[in-house]
Design a protein around this ligand. Structure first.
Ligand code: KIV
Ligand code: NA
Length: 263
């Protein structure tokens, strides 16, 4: 049991304290992220892009996720470890429960899945069985083929309302955290105000309760760097300092700036 829990993160939101989240996929980076005081390590299926060289997250398997979650677990002492359920691994209730169990047995403390109201029954069953859940709304990369590309979501009022309705449904079903990706700043703020659970933004403006980035983006070494990313290594003498600067910038509300956000 690591020091950070869903309860301690909820308490931070209640006190108005922001927190930082970062991806890691191996023991060494997990240790550096953990030692930088970052509260949550996400073993994201973004490893399909940054480790495996794919152009989407669709090829990532449960086996891949379990392997990297176990690596991260060995490098982590304090942070809460959230692991992604990959594409196709939560289409049925039975698959959801067995694949989430495998991630938890590999060292995850929480699982993350992408989607809205259709996931509510799964979330209820997972939490009843001792598996905390993080939702993921807005740009959901596993649905890139139905979304028609990696585009900002919820720009019109109907789309924004749909995302808020989904978010409340996930919270009511028992989700402990919510990631919201690539939405206008105003929607990021509305979501954070509408929910009791912490909302973790990526390309969702500065008003969310927390921020997440992909480690390789923050270090400036990804092939394609999205607008919402800042290269924290550019102004730091080493990786450990870059990660600490990211944490402090998030906690003090200095990152993201308007240049990293969408209207
Ligand atoms: O896979 C991932 O890294 C993610 C974050 C971008 C939120 O889901
Ligand atoms: Na992901």
């Amino acid at each position: 049991m690591n020091k950070i829990s869903p309860q301690s993160l909820a308490a931070k939101k209640a006190k108005g304290e922001k927190f930082a989240v970062l991806t890691a996929y191996d023991a060494t980076f997990a240790r550096v992220v953990d030692e930088a005081g970052i509260d949550v390590i996400l073993v994201g299926d973004s490893l399909g892009n940054v480790l495996q060289g794919h152009t989407s997250t669709l090829p990532v398997s449960v086996e891949d996720m379990c392997y990297h979650t176990a690596c991260v677990d060995r490098g982590t002492e304090k942070a809460l470890i959230v692991a992604d359920l990959p594409f196709g691994s939560y289409n049925t209730i039975d698959d959801t429960l067995s694949n989430a169990t495998a991630l938890m047995q590999s060292g995850a403390h929480m699982v993350k899945l992408e989607g809205g109201q259709w996931l509510c029954e799964s979330i209820r069953l997972l939490t009843e069985r001792g598996i905390p859940v993080c939702g993921h709304l807005g740009l959901t990369p596993q649905s890139v083929n139905t979304l028609g590309g990696f585009k900002v979501q919820g720009r019109d009022e109907a789309g924004a309302r749909r995302i808020i309705t989904d978010a409340k449904a996930l919270e009511d079903a028992g989700a402990s955290l919510l990631v919201v990706e690539c939405v206008p700043t105003e929607l990021g703020q509305r979501l954070s105000e509408a929910l009791t659970i912490p909302v973790i933004g990526i390309g969702a403006g500065p008003q969310t309760d927390a921020q997440v980035l992909v480690l390789h983006d923050l270090l400036g070494i990804s092939r394609r760097i999205p607008k919402f990313v800042k290269n924290f290594l550019a102004d730091a003498p080493d990786i450990a300092t870059a990660l600490e600067n990211y944490r402090v910038a998030v906690e003090q509300g200095e990152f993201p700036g308007p240049e990293h956000s969408f209207d």
